[in-house]
Design a protein. Structure first.
Length: 132
């Protein structure tokens, strides 16, 4: 599924199956995507994946889940990156690639569109949100 100019359904948060879904709350999600929280409670390193910044799904994710504007998140990442105190999430060009990364990376977190989330195997990835 390509991301160019297409309007997607609401974003759905996806996690590697080793992550306890109860650990995700909006306030901790902001810390995770702000690259401030680096480990899950069990000690597993958090690996954050995202779609390209110019995709409508990324913009909707930042607004809906992180409750901020995309430019605010970009500023935070740039400050971390250029000060040498942190890193930014890994950008994955397609939803299919993002799903594969989440499946194969313990501690991984990302987001996909609601339609794509219906096709993933729940034994490998946990879905959170927008099940309507």
């Amino acid at each position: 599924m390509q991301l160019t100019g297409t309007v997607f359904a609401k974003p759905v948060l996806v996690l590697h199956s080793n992550i306890d879904a109860e650990e995700i709350k909006n306030e901790s999600l902001t810390r995770i995507y702000g690259m401030q929280k680096k480990f899950w409670k069990d000690g597993t390193a958090i690996k954050v994946y995202m779609l390209p910044k110019n995709s409508s799904l990324h913009k909707e994710f930042v607004l809906h889940y992180l409750h901020m504007q995309p430019y605010q998140l970009n500023r935070l990442w740039h400050r971390l990156l250029y000060s040498g105190t942190g890193t930014i999430p890994e950008v994955v060009p397609t939803i299919e690639e993002l799903i594969l990364k989440i499946q194969n990376t313990p501690g991984a977190i990302g987001y996909i569109d609601q339609e794509s989330s219906k096709t993933i195997e729940s034994s490998v990835i946990r879905r959170i949100g927008n099940d309507d």
